[in-house]
Design a protein around this ligand. Structure first.
Ligand SMILES: Nc1ncnc2c1ncn2[C@@H]1O[C@H](COP(=O)(O)OS(=O)(=O)O)[C@@H](OP(=O)(O)O)[C@H]1O
Ligand SMILES: Nc1ncnc2c1ncn2[C@@H]1O[C@H](COP(=O)(O)OP(=O)(O)O)[C@@H](O)[C@H]1O
Length: 552
């Protein structure tokens, strides 16, 4: 229940850390920072410094020093005895920074973030750290894979934070712990429940959350984790849009505050959850609502390979009492339906397959028939109402790749340029048809990765050299045979035949139109096109993303 004289749980360790310099000092320190040696922070470290600066990691007031680092790894405690499960450390590869140096920490975009006085420099044993916090050194674990690229030195020392990263979208939802606490107090709450998520909230889960929050009598702090998207996940902006919609429309506004939390997760199993409990306490929450599945994150979120639920409960009861945050575990209900507006946001971002972008990549010898077939396919696709861009190697070489020749290097540059444009078109759900000799396998595969493996259709126009030579539409083969030109693909330059193209077209026994129809049939079979040009199935149920289930 809201009360008139609320006293929220105090920050962990007693005080909310604030590393931001005062307005008065800002200009002068900024000038000083410009002349200091700089260190560029990774996106992960940028998240960390933001949370350090605003006190979300209180009592930490700096990147961790060596004695704290060691004790945190071994005993989950800081040297002052406080439980703290994960090291927030500043890794560097550079060995030219020494103790006593003053350095400027900059964002990945080179903006000045903070000044740090280096008081400690120590070595970090990444493998041991991975084993202790993630429970594995297996590089299939996404964070372990990333850790292996971290520098082996750590720096620690006092920080004067000049600017936290500016959030240009959803600006008003990136709140500091002090701001959330202020809201809770002014709304009259002495109790607050954090629900921290980086998944989609289905209606069943939304209702479970509401019920559990109501039972505590506290407010809900809906913490949408705003960290970089990992492959295979719903993109961050779509997720944040759904949280905003839900908070505004389906949660009691008097009881709920939405916050976007720039937390770079570690996937460190139960240590991670205790860390969340500390963070949430700093935001003023004395309860943390947690789906049981969240406790077993790691290599395989679906399995219970790390901790059985019973162990989790015991573990939390023991440690969360010490942190002062009650962890409310609940069994995640079956997914069921999404709120229609949420489904609409998702459907817009992840349209059904037949509205998604794809790239048709025609490859083959000069005169194989790439352009002829590609042009017909382009016309056929337009009957399906698709917006199609045709990038023909010949034409691209008159503008985008003007000036490039036919050395291996120039050909690769050409192919990658076409690939880059193609990937941008596909990303925005357009269709792109490319026809380039693209003789090198590695470059073609690079394009496949740029576009996305499931959106890339490699079409090998498999015409024998003697047939191409007879066609010789531009007289190139004749000139090559006469020795007038060098490096013609198929004559004295290599063509690496595709190993596993999605489609192979023979042009000696099929007309260009027949081959074009084969491509269209392939696209229908893969659901990139509806069976008939005018048949649209735009129901939300057709949404295509492995992480989504929608029931209507
Ligand atoms: N040495 C050499 N090798 C291959 N092709 C040559 C060469 N010189 C000129 N041409 C003409 O340029 C067209 C190939 O350009 P691409 O951009 O498709 O080539 S590549 O993918 O960069 O290898 C190619 O067009 P297509 O016949 O449409 O394939 C040729 O007409
Ligand atoms: N079955 C076929 N498929 C494609 N092109 C064919 C076929 N039979 C003959 N041709 C002719 O071969 C030539 C191929 O030229 P083009 O499409 O520019 O090839 P590429 O783009 O591979 O260099 C065209 O003149 C086309 O009319």
């Amino acid at each position: 229940m809201a009360n008139c004289n609320p006293r929220l749980i105090p920050p962990y360790g007693g005080n909310l850390v604030n590393l931001l310099v005062s307005k008065e000092e800002h200009a002068q320190l900024l000038e000083r920072a410009k002349n200091l040696p700089s260190l560029r922070l990774t996106p992960r470290l940028l998240c960390d410094i933001e949370l350090l600066a605003t006190g979300a990691f209180s009592p930490l007031d700096r990147f961790i020093g060596e004695s704290d680092y060691t004790r945190v790894l071994e005993e989950m405690r800081l040297t002052n005895g406080l439980l703290f499960p994960l090291p927030v450390a500043l890794s560097v590869k550079e060995n030219d920074i020494s103790t006593g140096d003053e350095i400027a920490l900059r964002s990945p975009k080179n903006e000045i973030v903070a000044i740090m006085k280096v008081e400690e420099k120590f070595e970090r044993d990444i493998s041991r750290e991975a084993a202790l916090i993630c429970g594995t050194t297996d590089p299939r674990h996404p964070v372990v894979a990333e850790m292996l690229s971290w520098g082996r030195f750590c720096l620690s020392g006092p920080l004067r934070v000049l600017n936290t990263p500016r959030h240009y979208n959803f600006t008003e939802f990136y709140r500091t712990p002090a701001e959330v606490r202020e809201w809770l107090k002014s709304a009259g709450y002495s109790r607050a429940v954090a629900f921290q998520t980086r998944g989609l909230i289905y209606q069943t889960e939304e209702e479970t959350i509401k019920k559990m929050v109501k039972e505590t009598g506290g407010a809900l702090v809906l913490q949408g984790v705003a960290d970089p998207t990992r492959p295979g996940e719903i993109d961050i902006f779509t997720r944040l849009r759904t949280y905003k919609l839900l908070a505004e429309k389906y949660y009691d506004r008097k009881r709920t505050i939405l916050n976007f939390l720039p937390l770079a997760t570690r996937l460190a199993r139960v240590r991670e959850i205790l860390w969340y409990a500390i963070i949430q306490r700093n935001y003023g929450c004395d309860h943390l609502l947690l789906a049981d599945a969240a406790c077993i994150n790691g290599l395989d979120t679906e399995s219970e390979r790390f901790f059985a639920p019973v162990e989790i409960e015991e573990f939390f009861t023991e440690h969360s009492n010490e942190i002062g945050v009650k962890v409310l575990l609940y069994k995640r209900p079956p997914r069921g339906a999404m709120r229609p507006e949420v489904a609409a946001i998702i459907a817009n971002a992840y349209p059904p397959r037949h509205q998604q972008g794809f790239c048709l990549w025609f490859t083959g010898l000069p005169c194989a028939g790439k352009s002829t077939i590609a042009e017909i396919v382009t016309l056929m696709l337009q009957e399906y109402g698709r917006k199609v861009t045709f990038l023909d190697g010949d034409v691209v070489r008159t503008h985008l790749s003007k000036g490039l020749g036919f050395t291996k290097e120039d050909r690769d540059t050409n192919v990658l340029r076409i690939g880059f444009v193609a990937s941008e078109i596909v990303r925005h759900n357009g269709v792109v048809v490319c026809a380039a000799v693209s003789p090198y396998r590695a470059a073609r595969n690079q394009v496949r990765n740029m576009v996305g493996k499931d959106r890339f259709v490699e079409i090998f126009v498999d015409t024998p050299l003697d047939v191409c030579e007879k066609r010789d539409t531009k007289g190139l083969y004749a000139r090559a045979r006469m020795g007038k030109i060098r490096g013609l693909t198929g004559i004295d330059d290599p063509y690496e035949v595709p190993v596993a193209p999605e489609i192979i077209l023979k042009t000696t026994d099929c007309s260009p139109e027949e081959n074009a129809r084969k491509v269209i049939l392939y696209l229908i079979e893969k659901k990139f096109l509806p069976e008939k040009p005018d048949k649209q199935t735009s129901k939300a149920a057709a949404v295509y993303h492995p992480a989504i289930t929608i029931k209507n």
